[in-house]
Write a protein that binds this ligand. Structure first.
Ligand code: 3LM
Length: 418
């Protein structure tokens, strides 16, 4: 944290994403913050060291417990999410696991939305369950389902909005109200994964969530060159996640180098998100008007099922979408292989436009039966709109759709004549 106080004006999002918590005058005028490449920190005296371990004196001890570069990222992310504090972790899964290991005990219950990123689903259903935690997936797009599911064992309500990969939206303020109106509000922590939106487009804590989680690997880093995670919320909870879930249970601490890279990514988050949206909107419009496309799931199109929640909860439709082609999975894989500029890869939020097939890739941690119950069809394709020139993307997607169309027409004809 900066030792000097800079003018305390009510700065906008981009200004805070670039400046908050750092003053070059504290670091020999260096425009960029130093990368503290050190595992351990020298104590002034044995007594000082002992006092730091006892929590009686502030200071850095060891980089699994804290490091100035990580700390700057945490300060900045807390500011952007409107949280008292934040914690940087070695991956999004590191943030999720450190948080859950801190919040739950054997016998507790977790209520989760039925659509989750594949490894989150896997950690909950295959990981936590092994340790005596009950995990109950429900469709949280129907608020009554939360009313019915809450009980005296519920400790955590967890969801993504928009959900990866099918873009279902969940009304955060409504979930808060339902928890508050229940008999169990004291015991329940509401956790929202804000990876798809980033704090530029959505503020879960302001909507009533207790904790917000990110895979910083995605838009926050923004360049596909690192893996990182963030959790943000009340100071005391962050302290216990740091000292228990992160320090002792997972050890999944972010390196100083990667903390620096996420800080660098944050400087351009606002301009990148605006461009991601511009490209995603143009692609979604093209898909929606194309005869080969069965469904488009993008918060910026009027046909979107949760358009009302988008308007209320999000400051923009984001860069992510999913769609299904007529001709199902076969047409989908043909389309993906026909793309030339757009890249076939998992992950999202990068400068490059990426497509992937959730059923065989990011969500292959679900069984086929689970995917169908959880709303992830075999034909679903996910697209992360990048930052390229819009017309180049449209041209590539259009030519791939044209090739796929002739493939589907030929396949249908040969099927009919057989
Ligand atoms: C993906 N997602 O391609 P890391 N929460 C959300 C996520 O999308 C992810 C995580 C948490 C993808 C990763 S799939 C092998 C690649 C909503 C990650 C986990 O641990 O930083 O990957 O975050 O959808």
């Amino acid at each position: 944290m900066s030792k000097r106080k800079r003018h305390n004006r009510n700065f906008g999002f981009a200004t805070r994403a670039i400046h908050h918590g750092y003053d070059p005058r504290d670091e020999n005028g260096a425009l960029n913050p130093p990368i503290y490449m050190t595992s351990t920190f020298a104590f002034e005296s044995a007594k000082d060291g002992g006092e730091m371990f006892a929590g009686e004196r502030e200071g850095y001890i060891y980089s699994r417990l804290g490091n100035p570069t990580q700390n700057l990222l945490e300060t900045r992310m807390a500011e952007l999410e409107g949280a008292e504090a934040a914690l940087a972790t070695a991956s999004g899964m590191g943030a999720i696991s450190a948080t859950l290991w801190t919040l739950v005990e054997p016998g507790d219950e977790l209520i989760v939305d039925k659509t989750l990123y594949g490894c989150t689903f896997s950690f909950f259903t295959h990981g936590l369950r092994k340790f005596g935690v009950t995990v109950t997936p429900v469709d949280l797009t129907v608020p009554e389902n939360l009313v019915n599911a809450l009980n005296e064992k519920t400790r955590v309500v967890y969801f993504e909005t928009p959900a990866n990969p099918n873009m279902r939206l969940i009304d955060i303020a409504n979930m808060r109200k339902i928890v508050d109106d229940s008999l169990y509000s004291e015991n329940v922590t509401l956790v929202v994964d804000n990876t798809y939106c980033t704090p530029y487009l959505q503020s879960p804590l302001a909507e009533g969530a207790d904790l917000v989680i990110h895979s910083a690997t995605k838009y926050l880093g923004g360049h596909g060159d690192l893996v990182a995670g963030i959790v943000a919320g009340p100071f005391e909870t962050m302290q216990s996640i740091r000292m228990h879930g992160l320090k002792d249970m997972t050890g999944a601490v972010l390196s100083a180098m990667d903390a620096f890279l996420v800080l660098r990514g944050l400087k351009t988050l606002e301009v990148r998100m605006d461009r991601h949206i511009q490209n995603a909107q143009a692609i979604a419009n093209l898909l929606e008007d194309h005869p080969l496309v069965e469904n488009v799931y993008y918060p910026g199109v009027k046909s979107f099922k949760h358009y009302d929640i988008t308007q209320r909860q999000m400051r923009g439709p984001g860069g992510m979408m999913a769609f299904e082609l007529k001709g199902g999975m076969e047409a989908g894989t043909h389309f993906m292989d026909a793309l030339d500029l757009v890249i076939r890869a998992v992950s999202l939020g990068d400068a490059e436009t990426l497509v992937q097939h959730p059923a065989s890739m990011t969500h292959s941690t679900y069984t086929r039966e689970e995917r169908l119950v959880h709303g992830i069809s075999d034909g679903l394709i996910r697209l992360s709109a990048g930052l390229e020139t819009t017309s180049d993307l449209l041209e590539d997607i259009d030519q791939a759709l044209t090739k796929t169309n002739s493939f589907v027409t030929k396949a249908t004809k040969s099927h009919q004549s057989a």
